[in-house]
Ligand binder design. Sequence first.
Ligand SMILES: C[S@@+](CC[C@H](N)C(=O)[O-])C[C@H]1O[C@@H](n2cnc3c(N)ncnc32)[C@H](O)[C@@H]1O
Length: 203
Amino acid sequence: MAEQNYEKWEDVYRRGGEGPYPWDLGRPRDFLVQLLEKGMIEGDRALDTCCGLGTNGLYLAEKGFNVTGIDISEKAVKIANRRARKTRKTENINFKVQSFMDMDFEPGSFDFVLDIGCFHHVAKEDRQQFIENIRRVLRPGGRYLLMCFSDRMGPAWNHFSEQQLRGLFSGHFNIMILEEISSVEGDGVTRYFYVSLMERSSK
Ligand SMILES: C[S@@+](CC[C@H](N)C(=O)[O-])C[C@H]1O[C@@H](n2cnc3c(N)ncnc32)[C@H](O)[C@@H]1O
């Protein structure tokens, strides 16, 4: 059942083409830029999970990361790769079609995992597997940056409270930052999110 829901994204991108989309601001997320500038995200190999059109992944490549992006939508990945080819970092970017449930990377393949609007689309029954997948592909000490819907927007299966997020992630990661932000999204609507920077515990 869950997998069918994920498949709907291909229709979303086939209908919407190059966009605009509410979730894609056409520029990297401010908190990503700030954390990078503060030196809180380091390393070489980054995974952008649910990369969409690649806006944030392309920014990471520009900043020197070797970027792998995965998304379930073939159409989104095609557009993201087309955009990558227009940059000077083409050889450092690989966007590919893959579900976050089927991540086939070797353990410890990445220094950094970026998740902007991905986890909140993971079906409830897939959450533990998703979190284990992220942890597995990160090297010990690697960092995971999450942005997901906040329950300030009202109750919904994928709107999270701080307590819920701590419960879900603290057994797998050291939570370094967990804060709520508001953001005027691409459709002009203000939405509330939690942003969290976590470090993979070495155990
Ligand atoms: C809200 S969008 C965020 C896109 C991108 N991170 C951004 O900020 O522009 C959610 C993305 O999750 C992708 N997605 C949904 N289910 C997926 C799955 N099972 N595996 C990989 N990507 C998935 C969708 O295709 C879509 O691009």
